[in-house]
Design a protein around this ligand. Structure first.
Ligand code: TRP
Length: 452
């Protein structure tokens, strides 16, 4: 294992990227459309409740496993108990499923970025623009290919550091812009205040098991859990650093940005549509339909819109880079491929899964798997099936094989572990039961036995 490890060495940038890239399309694009679709406030409440209990425990567990073993995910599980090596392997599959469709969305973002920069903001504000755009075959494909090509070039030539520096400077600007856009919408748009209530006030009649399924999938996705990323991150963490504090900071930051993105988008859709369920539940296109409409009525909206999409593009790019880097590293380590060949393989996977995801809105719109559009299907397969399986296996492993005590000791090498009781209880009892229920519901939901 020590040799495998050496190929990671000197690539501390990768780890920093993994931590920094928790913020990405998951926060800005995915969270708002789920919150709008699953009843607003109730989704937010369930999400936060899961984040502070379940997300917290799982993140601490993953970081501690990484730090304790000092190994990458597959090696870490293998060294602790051979029977659980499969958890590491499954984890390595997740980024390979996410990256292709992530890049399709990245392509949409690029199209909007360029549209705003070149002054076609007005066209994009038309409510039908987005659907007719993704309904085309060629252009979305070209943008998808461009996005994935940029990502591959960065990974291949190892210029991540430069991009990350730019993106670090841009992040605070993105946050400020998000706050500004939210305030503007709420203050000027009729019906937006009601929209804010829809977003923050839980309506328990809208609660269903699917709210929890969606919130938990989002939690994994947004915090890059249940895919080995945090194990890798932990493997580079110094023993004196507090795992508990770091986890809280990552969670707070990540949830904060998701909340703001929702605040910018959900009340606005509510206002534009008068609270219409179809508009709120439209799914992946939500951000692309709603934001241009806001920019259209905002003074200086074209410039603000351009700036906004540039920043979203950067956030998406840094996430895509570390997703690709993760898959490339696994191929390098496990199959002893050289870097170029690994990159090529990853590009192959991206084409194989990404092209259908893109065509799923145009020429292949008739093709549905379990009633889902192809992009939605890949998203569902990773976030609602594969990641819960990994999280379930991780919690059973930590709770009953390794025992929470082993990881608590690891955490306490740094500082006192204040929430260790919560950690043990969640990992041993709450997590396995909840995840099992969720897994069964999402599978039943997919097969149409219960309503998604
Ligand atoms: N968390 C990222 C987001 O919110 C997406 C993501 C999932 C990711 N897994 C990752 C990013 C692994 C980098 C590495 O958009």
């Amino acid at each position: 294992m020590a040799e495998n490890r050496s190929s990671f060495k000197g690539k501390i940038g990768f780890v920093l990227a993994a931590a920094g890239s928790a913020v990405g399309l998951g926060n800005i694009w995915r969270f708002p459309y789920l919150a709008a679709k699953y009843g607003g406030g109730i989704f937010l409440l369930v999400y936060i409740a899961l984040a502070v209990t379940f997300g917290f425990s799982l993140m601490v567990a993953e970081i501690a496993i990484g730090r304790k073993t000092g190994l990458s995910p597959i090696g870490a599980f293998r060294s602790l108990d051979r029977r659980f090596t499969f958890v590491g392997v499954l984890g390595a599959l997740v980024p390979a499923i996410i990256l292709p469709y992530y890049s399709v969305i990245g392509g949409w973002v690029m199209k909007y970025m360029l549209g705003f920069v070149t002054g076609s903001a007005h066209e994009m504000a038309n409510g039908t623009y987005f659907n007719s755009y993704i309904g085309e075959t060629g252009e979305p494909l070209v943008w998808f290919l461009t996005f994935i090509a940029i990502t591959a070039v960065v990974v291949l030539f190892g210029v991540q550091k430069g991009i990350e520096k730019v993106s670090k400077v841009m992040m605070p600007v993105l946050v400020l812009l998000t706050v500004f856009i939210s305030i503007y919408t709420i203050c000027t748009m009729d019906g937006a205040v009601e929209g804010v209530w829809y977003y923050i006030k839980p309506d328990f009649s809208k609660f269903s098991i699917m709210t929890v399924v969606a919130a938990m999938g989002q939690l994994f996705y947004s915090m890059s859990l249940a895919m080995g990323i945090m194990i890798t991150f932990g493997s580079y963490m110094k023993k004196e650093i507090s795992i508990e504090k770091s986890t809280r900071q990552i969670e707070l930051f990540d949830t904060g940005i998701a909340f703001l993105a929702g605040l910018m988008i959900v009340p606005a859709v509510y206002a534009f549509s008068g609270g219409d369920e179809a508009a709120l539940g439209q799914g992946p296109g939500l951000m692309f339909v709603t934001l241009p409409k806001i920019f259209e009525v905002m003074p200086g909206g074209a410039v603000i819109g351009a700036a906004f999409f540039i920043m979203v593009f950067l956030a998406a790019l840094t996430s895509a880079i570390s997703l690709m880097e993760t898959v490339v590293s696994v191929l390098q380590d496990k199959f002893k491929l050289d870097r170029k060949l690994s990159c090529l393989c990853v590009l192959g996977i991206c084409l194989l899964l990404g092209v259908p995801s893109s065509f799923g809105y145009s020429v292949w719109s008739e093709v549905k798997i379990l009633g889902m559009q192809l992009l939605d299907f890949f998203d569902f397969a990773s976030n609602s099936v594969l990641m819960p399986i990994i999280a379930l296996a991780t919690s059973i492993f930590v709770g009953y094989v390794l025992k929470p005590k082993a990881l608590i000791e690891e955490v306490e090498l740094g500082c006192e572990f204040k929430w260790k009781r919560l950690f043990s209880v969640v990992i041993r009892y709450v997590a396995p039961v909840c995840i099992l229920v969720i897994l069964v519901s999402s599978v039943l939901g997919a097969f149409g036995v219960i309503k998604i």
